[in-house]
Design a protein around this ligand. Structure first.
Ligand code: PLP
Ligand code: ZN
Length: 424
């Protein structure tokens, strides 16, 4: 009996859905859909090119309530490992009227990606990377991480039945290390910064024995971020927001929000309307904001020193492309101090009941700063991304918030304490 034929591309490997090939972003050279991230000719980064067929609003709406409703726009087959993944995505888009009022804005939404399985948007990128790792025959998946990616890879590998090796800097929050180790894979801490971690991983990855989600599988990984942009447009009622504020670590997410909106316009899923994309960094690691403000697109690497560790990439691979997105769409890239990050976290929590991690604080604080500078229009529809959960970065606020009072178990004392607090 013959085995069922699977669709094969030039390399003779299993189909990756509508994906056609890898294309160099710099010179346009094309490669088969293998584990490769840089162009052999010019060392430019590779990105997925597609032949989309039959993607309509109806076909998307008929899909599952997770990111696989957009499988027809991703480098994955329709079956996605028979469901052996964490099914991230389709997180809440919350109309943030209280925060809007506090900031003097007319219409503001928070896209809350803390609702993902491991509580950050990284579940999206990992889902697409692992599906391709499996397709390409890897049995071990790995990553260099600032924390959230570590959680996402360890969890998704456990569910997919793959081995994992996660590499992180030694000084991460417990909310990132304990929550990675619990999934049981291999977890290596490097005595150095994320950029040291990344250098070691790039050397290991050149052996090609493991699927490194953000090295040799990076073109697939990066496409997962598009789903955040698709969801924003779909959840707004199939239209694009006028302004979006996006946190920047490597810069990949920012470029993929732009790619998502562009694809939706090209496919006729939304009406073409102008949109501006704004980038947000912490001042303690702001190589992209610094370059943007200087009017250059060459990134000068920095040594990170900020509480926003999930964004602390001193030498961001997609920095120049993020700058291009800001310039092309009429956006900007801003940065905020750690004190402002904490204020941003508290403002979001106190106005909307959403406890974001430091990256969310960065984004909300940058929104406020960009409004004050007149770079963001308070009257245009705006979406701000909260990409992770505050429970992962408790230390950021544990020193500044706490119990209103600690009292003996007595009614008198209780009455006194609430009176003192201004409650009657
Ligand atoms: C990784 C990460 C980002 C940004 O990702 P890039 O695509 O590398 O710019 C934003 N927010 C959180 C919480 C992250 O973990
Ligand atoms: Zn090239």
């Amino acid at each position: 009996m013959s085995t069922p034929t699977i669709a094969a591309n030039d390399a003779g490997i299993e189909s990756a859905g509508p994906a056609r090939c890898l294309t160099c972003r710099e010179c346009g050279a094309e490669y088969p859909l293998e584990a490769r991230y840089a162009c052999e000719q010019c060392f430019g980064p590779l990105e997925i090119s597609y032949d989309f067929v039959g993607v309509t609003r109806q076909s998307i709406q008929a899909g599952p309530s997770n990111m696989w409703r957009y499988a027809g726009l991703l480098p994955v087959g329709p079956d996605v490992n028979g469901g052996k993944n964490l099914q991230p995505g389709f997180t809440h888009l919350i109309k943030a009227d209280n925060l809007a009022k506090a900031l003097g804005m007319r219409a503001l939404w928070v896209k809350d990606d803390s609702g993902n399985p491991t509580h950050s948007f990284k579940d999206r990128v990992v889902a697409v990377a692992l599906e391709n790792g499996r397709r390409l025959g890897f049995t071990t998946v790995a990553c260099a991480s600032t924390g959230n990616l570590a959680n996402a890879v360890a969890a998704a590998a456990a569910r997919a039945g793959l081995k994992s090796c996660v590499v992180i800097p030694h000084d991460l929050e417990d909310g990132k290390t304990v929550t990675t180790a619990v999934y049981g894979g291999t977890l290596i801490e490097i005595e150095g910064s994320y950029d040291d971690v990344n250098r070691v991983c790039s050397e290991v990855a050149s052996d090609d024995e493991w699927g490194f989600v953000n090295v040799n599988l990076r073109p697939y990984y990066a496409e997962g971020s598009k789903t955040l942009g698709y969801e924003v447009a779909e959840q707004l009622g199939w239209r694009l927001p006028a302004q979006v504020v996006v946190p920047i670590a490597s810069g990949s997410l920012m470029t993929k929000i732009d790619k998502a909106f562009t694809e939706f316009i090209k496919l006729g899923l939304v009406q073409a309307s102008p949109y501006k994309i704004f980038g947000a960094q912490a001042t303690g690691c702001s190589p992209v904001a610094t370059a943007w403000k200087a009017g250059v697109d060459v990134i000068k690497p920095q040594k990170p020193n900020t509480i926003a560790k999930s964004l602390a990439i001193g030498n961001p691979a997609d920095g120049p492309y993020a700058i291009d997105v800001a310039n092309r769409t009429g956006g900007a890239i801003e940065d905020v101090t750690d004190d402002e990050v904490v204020e941003g976290i508290r403002l979001l929590a106190q106005t909307e009941g959403i406890f974001g991690e430091t990256a969310g604080g960065v984004t909300v604080a940058c929104l406020r700063k960009l409004l004050a500078q007149g770079l963001i229009d308070p009257n245009a529809d705006t979406v701000v991304l909260n990409t992770g959960d505050g429970l992962k970065t408790l230390d950021a606020v544990s020193g500044v918030v706490g119990p209103t009072a600690t009292i003996p178990a007595s009614l008198e004392q209780f009455r006194a304490a609430v009176k003192e607090a201004g409650l009657s």
